[in-house]
Design a protein around this ligand. Structure first.
Ligand code: 13P
Ligand code: SF4
Length: 361
């Protein structure tokens, strides 16, 4: 099957297509990076797969002249910031965004910082920490204000770093990753308050702000909010020896009821390393769960998706074989479409916060 044929149809690509994509990427000196939530055919054809932290490191170390990022927008921005100026980063579909990242914006975070300064001096007392699932200008805000970036696999190390510098943390945009990590570090729930960005002063009193260790942005991932503790209770009743593993973007009660909580890469590695004939319930995106269910079946492992409804990240799935073909064919014809470029000064300031993260984790 040719690239054009795949671009014209919704047919699942065959071996010929895979060979053609690989050859085109090689000729254009392009490296294909794919997040763990990507469609199976995209992951199969990629040079590297991984979680957000692993892909950031690979992008930073890559010598390829073009990085085709099969993931979502903030990931391609990170690749652009960490790569060399002469390297080109492409996102095959610009509509591949992250709804959680969109829940925080620079004007809203700047407003929060201004309002916090009515109660305390944030630049002396608060480390701003942004989850990597955020726009580049928010990473820039953290770089400028002594803050840092974290991912789901290094959040604890990043919070340790943050608290060693200042007594409080403003954590955005995912309240759930912030709360779970704070809880694992022994911070009482009552010292983790939620900043409602639609309310004046985040809907908090000056006393609540003074008493808080962590100020959690009121953001979330809609995909991971579909998982409920009842899903775990029901499954455990039928599988008393079963093991439950969830992503830290899940709600607090789901994380608490799970045996393990970790990044997409940690989920894959934990199940891969488990003994044969074990039963797993997994609270993360559907594409990843379906893929590992097939992969580990020959080892007698059963891997079950946590929710009864479909919870897939529809924006991740926008990077399909058709968009990848289009990108590579254009590159072959000397055309660069969907280039992701982070403007200055955001790029330099965001790089400070990202370099701090890479040094800590
Ligand atoms: P990971 O860094 O664990 O891959 O998570 C990224 C993400 O967006 C999960 O929803
Ligand atoms: Fe964003 Fe959620 Fe999709 Fe992850 S799963 S990219 S947090 S919308």
């Amino acid at each position: 099957m040719t690239l054009a044929a795949v671009a014209d149809t919704a047919t699942r690509p065959d071996a010929g297509w895979f060979a053609e994509v690989r050859e085109l990427a090689r000729r254009r000196d392009a490296v294909l990076l794919a997040h763990n939530y990507q469609l199976p055919e995209i992951q199969d054809v990629a040079d590297h797969t991984g979680d957000s932290l692993a892909l950031s490191r690979i992008a930073a170390a890559s010598a390829a002249s073009t990085i085709v990022f099969c993931g979502v927008h903030f990931m391609a921005e990170v690749a652009d910031i960490l790569s060399k100026p002469e390297q080109i980063v492409i996102l095959p579909d610009l509509a591949a965004g992250c709804s959680m990242a969109d829940m925080a914006s620079l004007p809203k975070v700047e407003r929060a910082w201004r309002e916090l300064s009515e109660v305390l001096d944030p630049d002396a007392k608060v480390t701003p920490v942004t989850y990597i699932n955020s726009a580049a200008d928010l990473k820039g805000f953290c770089g400028e204000h002594g803050g840092i970036v974290c991912t789901s696999s290094n959040a604890k190390a990043i919070l340790d770093w943050s608290f060693s510098r200042r007594e409080k943390v403003l954590f955005f945009p995912d309240q759930h990753l912030g709360r779970w990590t704070g809880h694992k570090m022994g911070i009482p729930l009552e010292q983790m308050v939620v900043w409602d960005f639609d309310e004046e002063m985040g809907g908090l009193t000056p006393e609540q702000i003074r008493n808080a260790k962590m100020i959690l942005w009121k953001g979330h991932c809609s995909v991971h909010q579909m998982f409920q503790p009842q899903h775990i209770e029901r499954w455990r009743a039928a599988h008393p020896k079963g093991i439950v593993i969830s992503h830290p973007e899940c709600g607090f009660e789901v994380c608490k009821a799970s045996d393990y909580v970790g990044s997409t890469e940690m989920i894959i590695k934990t199940i891969a390393a488990a003994p044969p004939n074990t039963d797993w319930l997994v609270g993360t995106e559907l594409n990843l769960v379906t893929r590992i269910a097939d992969e580990f079946k020959p080892q007698g492992k059963t891997v079950k998706f946590m929710a009864s409804t479909v919870c897939m990240c529809s924006t991740m799935a926008r990077i399909d074989p058709q968009h990848l073909c289009w990108t590579l064919e254009n590159l072959a014809n000397g055309r660069v479409d969907n280039r992701i470029t982070v403007p200055e000064p955001d790029a330099t300031e965001a790089r400070i916060a990202l370099d701090r993260m890479l040094a800590v984790s």
